[in-house]
Design a protein around this ligand. Structure first.
Ligand code: SF4
Ligand code: SF4
Length: 60
């Protein structure tokens, strides 16, 4: 799949709001902190929208 940018997690507060939001199963957590499997992420933006701490951002 062609990708224009990428999703990055920075400053995750381990709140868990993004649990189960990813339709591609690309978002997971390690010791509470969100991580992204770039092989699976389709950059749909769902996780960017849901994070109340703006810890997930889309970079062009
Ligand atoms: S919603 Fe944001 S702060 Fe909360 S666990 Fe997910 S990435 Fe971290
Ligand atoms: S951008 Fe979409 S596919 Fe990628 S990790 Fe977030 S919710 Fe999953």
């Amino acid at each position: 799949m062609e990708k224009d940018g990428y999703i990055i997690v920075h400053g995750c507060r381990k709140c868990g709001k993004c649990d189960n939001i990813c339709p591609s199963g690309a978002l997971y957590r390690v010791d509470g902190e969100a991580r992204i499997d770039y092989e699976k992420c389709t950059q749909c933006g769902e996780c960017v929208e849901i994070c109340p701490n703006k810890a997930i951002v889309y970079l062009e």
